[in-house]
Design a protein around this ligand. Structure first.
Ligand SMILES: Nc1ncnc2c1ncn2[C@@H]1O[C@H](COP(=O)(O)OP(=O)(O)OP(=O)(O)O)[C@@H](O)[C@H]1O
Ligand SMILES: [Mg+2]
Length: 246
């Protein structure tokens, strides 16, 4: 469903993404971990067709993210870092806007909007201007827009960042609900999120993949000093308890 093949991205003389390759199948949820500046967002933006790679290529459902951008993007839901959205729009209006831009017919827009709002549990916030919503509800609005067209592939950049524990659980449950029918990649700094939602974990640092395996293997290797010291080197946020992330 998703292929990254030797992706490279430079910003001036700085190589932010350095030869990243992986494939993702339907049913997989990949947790993308790494310290600040590791290259997670840059990789995700290349997968989403927002940024052209300087080397290598990426494809979604067989469509090249640069040469066949529209075909690739129609099969992709992207939650950008910080979950940007138009503050004057309501979440319902924002989701409808995205669906109309994607060419959905009026009845399909209504159906898909209702479902996305229900799945992200926006409730009454669905009809309040986004600029007046709390951070958690803003993120849910952006998430609703990312999933509304029922894409086969989801690229979610820190979907639970800044959410309270209940909202984090809500988003994790939603990802689990969608997991069997989609290929999903989420970035996170929260190590406990990986076994909770992901079937696969990847650690990147300085633009390179350091680890690619199951959450179980990651946890086992976390016990030995190699990955443990990598975590320390990476200064990865690693809360010991749920409370510590509040
Ligand atoms: N548009 C840009 N122009 C210049 N440098 C950039 C740009 N975008 C990212 N970078 C640099 O690329 C590197 C990787 O950044 P990126 O945002 O991909 O990291 P990240 O892993 O998502 O980090 P974080 O955990 O903080 O979100 C950083 O050194 C960053 O400063
Ligand atoms: Mg980032």
């Amino acid at each position: 469903m998703l292929v990254a093949d030797r992706l490279i991205k430079n910003f001036g003389s700085h190589r932010a993404v350095d030869d990243i390759s992986f494939t993702l199948e339907r049913g997989e949820v990949l947790g993308f971990l790494g310290p600040n500046g590791a290259g997670k967002t840059t990789t995700m933006r290349m997968l989403a067709g927002c940024l052209e790679p300087d080397g290598g290529s990426a494809s979604i459902a067989g469509y090249d993210c640069v040469a066949q951008r529209l075909e690739a993007q129609s099969r992709l839901g992207f939650l950008p870092e910080g979950a940007p959205a138009y503050p004057a729009m309501t979440p319902r209006g924002f989701v409808r806007f995205g669906l109309r831009a994607r060419g959905f017919a009026a009845d399909a827009v209504n159906r898909a909007t209702g479902l996305a709002i229900e799945r992200t549990r926006l409730g009454e916030a669905a009809d309040q201007p986004i600029g007046t919503l709390s951070k958690g509800f803003k993120r849910r609005a952006a998430l609703a827009a990312a999933i509304a067209h029922d894409p086969a592939v989801l690229v979610l950049d820190e979907p639970t960042d800044g959410l309270d524990p209940n909202q984090k659980d809500g988003v994790r449950n939603l990802i689990r609900e969608m997991a069997h029918e989609k290929a999903i990649i989420i970035s996170t700094h929260i190590l406990e999120e990986v076994p909770a939602v992901c079937s696969r974990a990847m650690i990147v640092a300085r633009g390179k993949i350091l680890f690619d395996g199951s959450p179980k293997t990651l946890a086992e290797q976390g016990q030995d000093h190699t990955v443990e010291s990598a975590f320390r080197d990476l200064t990865l946020e690693r809360p010991q308890t749920r409370e510590s992330v509040v």
